[in-house]
Write a protein that binds this ligand. Structure first.
Ligand code: ZN
Length: 53
């Protein structure tokens, strides 16, 4: 029997720093301004507030 793990909700993000796209889970910080993503390309923090569809 294999465990059926539900897929984690990921978001497609376009990094405002290096302009590359990546998918990541939203980091749930304590404060609103700490909610965001970490770019795997340039390792900079991308605030969730800057990601608007
Ligand atoms: Zn980046």
């Amino acid at each position: 029997m294999s465990e059926n793990t539900p897929p984690e909700p990921t978001t497609d993000i376009r990094c405002p720093h290096c302009k590359k796209t990546f998918s990541a889970n939203l980091m749930d910080g304590r404060a609103e301004r700490y909610r965001g993503f970490k770019c795997p390309h340039c390792r900079l923090f991308v605030p969730a507030a800057r990601i608007k569809p």
